[in-house]
Each structure stands twice: as structure tokens, then as C-alpha cells.
Design a protein around this ligand. Structure first.
Ligand SMILES: CC(C)(COP(=O)(O)OP(=O)(O)OC[C@H]1O[C@@H](n2cnc3c(N)ncnc32)[C@H](O)[C@@H]1OP(=O)(O)O)[C@@H](O)C(=O)NCCC(=O)NCCS
Length: 239
């Protein structure tokens, strides 16, 4: 093969940029989206952010810095001035007044999404390597109903399906937490994917443990070796 054939096409964006474009297309213009390498620069943190992370190991400080950098880029995209995003004692990010956002790290990348609260109400995002989940973990991540659906798939598809369920539940958790302040176990909710697995709904697994209703708010893409799930929008009114 000649050297020219080894080079990517001149118009092909670098992977992080193309991931960001793909996600931005999926999420729509009301949401700022930024993807960064997970190896951020802690020197760029704002003072109270640095205080939040000062006792962490260096790799965690870099991951945290990447998230803050991505979040400020997402804020810029929706016309907001850069601002500090400290962490609450429970580790959740404290967004500037009027904004709703979410940060995730995984598979070597960091992703942040931010919207104006009056447009999006709430957002949650997660990113995972798009690899099969270890079967020993399935029972702790899936409800009995979900496990039954997974068992109906061809064996080679099951592990990735559980990774997508996990990713969807983490995005749901980050979406619901700022609204409810509630900790949830993975088996407290049940995820149902659309046939093409690009959208999902989340429901309470039992009537004794209600969660905000969120029909048609969840999305999933698998690209660049990653699974990315998000939830954007207000909870559905109770019927
Ligand atoms: C909060 C949690 C979802 C984060 O997941 P993680 O795998 O550790 O890491 P991720 O990279 O996906 O996300 C980390 C980011 O989530 C954000 N985050 C942390 N706690 C949060 C919360 N309570 N609500 C919203 N966002 C939160 C932070 O921005 C954090 O990054 P930062 O510390 O650099 O700012 C996870 O640690 C957790 O506690 N899960 C609870 C159990 C659960 O997920 N249940 C799902 C059932 S529905």
C-alpha cells in the first residue's frame, strides 16, 4: 500500500471532533456538547474547582480538569460566559444559575453537555467503552425483566446490550439526581430500548420506588468504540 493510502482523507475530522459532531447532531441545537481527551490540565481549573479535587491522585485531577474544560466549551456554544463548576459534597457538579449540565468520562474521553434550564430542564450523559459487560455483573445491573430480554438475544449480542443498559441507567441517574436528590440502585429502574436501540425509556422497576417519568427523553449512539447515552428534557407529567 502506498503512503498516501495510509493517510486519512483530508476532510475527515479528528476522532474527538467527529465524536462531538455526531453527538451534537443527535442532541440538537439547544444543548452545547464538547468532547475532550480525558487527560486535562489541572492548571486550568478555577480556584474552588481546584479545592474540590486537590486531594485526588494526579490522573483523577486531569480527568476532572478535562470535564471542566469540556463543560466550559459547551457553555460557550450556547452563548454563556465561562464560569466555575465546583463539586457539591456528594460529588455532583454545581452548575451556574439557569444552566443544567452533565459530565462523563470513559474510554479515554470526557464528554460534557450543557443547556439553559428553561430550554432543557435537565440533562444527563454517560460514556462507556462499547464492549460486552462481564456476565458476572449482569444480575447486579439488570432487573429480572431486563435479564429475560437479554437472554432472548443471540449470545454474541448480550454483553453489549447490558453495557448499553448500564450506560442508559447512568445517564438517567445523572438526569434525575438534580431534580430529586435520590440515590438509586441499578435494579430500581427498567430500561426499554427502541427496536434500533437509538432511543430508550426508563421506568420504575416497582411501584414502591417511583422515579420521574421520562418517556422518549433517552438517546443512545454507538460510535468510535464508545457507547454514549443521554437524557434531555423535563419529566413527563403524571397521568
Ligand atoms: C454518579 C455516578 C453515576 C458517576 O458515574 P461514574 O461511572 O463514577 O463516572 P462518570 O464519568 O460516568 O461520571 C462522573 C461525573 O458524574 C457527575 N456526577 C457525580 N455525581 C453526580 C450526581 N449525583 N448527579 C449528577 N451527576 C453526578 C460528576 O460531574 C462526575 O464527574 P466529576 O467528578 O469529574 O465532576 C456514579 O458514581 C454513581 O454514584 N452511581 C450511582 C448508582 C447508579 O448509577 N445508579 C443508576 C441507577 S438508575
Amino acid at each position: 500500500m502506498g503512503a498516501a493510502q495510509c493517510l486519512p482523507a483530508a476532510t475527515e475530522p479528528p476522532p474527538l471532533q467527529s465524536l462531538q459532531l455526531r453527538l451534537a447532531q443527535a442532541l440538537g441545537a439547544a444543548v452545547g456538547v464538547a468532547c475532550r481527551d480525558v487527560d486535562g490540565d489541572p492548571d486550568l481549573l478555577w480556584p474552588s474547582e481546584r479545592t474540590s479535587i486537590q486531594k485526588a491522585v494526579a490522573t483523577r485531577q486531569r480527568e476532572y480538569a478535562a470535564g471542566r474544560g469540556a463543560a466550559r466549551e459547551a457553555m460557550r456554544q450556547i452563548g454563556c460566559a465561562p464560569a466555575c463548576i465546583p463539586s457539591a459534597p456528594d460529588r455532583s457538579p454545581v452548575w451556574p444559575a439557569g444552566l443544567a449540565g452533565s459530565i462523563a468520562h470513559g474510554g479515554g474521553v470526557c464528554v460534557a453537555v450543557v443547556g439553559r434550564r428553561h430550554h432543557v430542564h435537565a440533562v444527563g450523559i454517560d460514556v462507556e467503552k462499547d464492549l460486552p459487560m462481564e456476565p458476572a455483573l449482569w444480575p447486579s445491573l439488570c432487573t429480572a425483566d431486563e435479564l429475560a430480554c437479554v437472554e432472548q438475544l443471540p449470545p454474541h449480542e448480550r454483553g453489549r446490550q447490558v453495557t448499553w443498559l448500564f450506560c442508559a441507567k447512568e445517564a438517567f441517574y445523572k438526569w434525575q439526581y438534580p431534580q430529586t436528590g435520590r440515590m438509586l440502585d441499578f435494579r430500581d429502574v427498567r430500561v426499554a430500548f427502541s427496536d434500533d436501540a437509538t432511543h430508550f425509556d426508563v421506568q420504575a422497576a416497582s411501584a414502591h420506588n417511583p422515579v420521574p417519568r421520562c418517556s422518549r427523553l433517552g438517546g443512545l449512539i454507538t460510535t468510535h468504540g464508545l457507547a454514549l447515552a443521554w437524557m434531555v428534557g423535563p419529566p413527563a407529567p403524571a397521568s
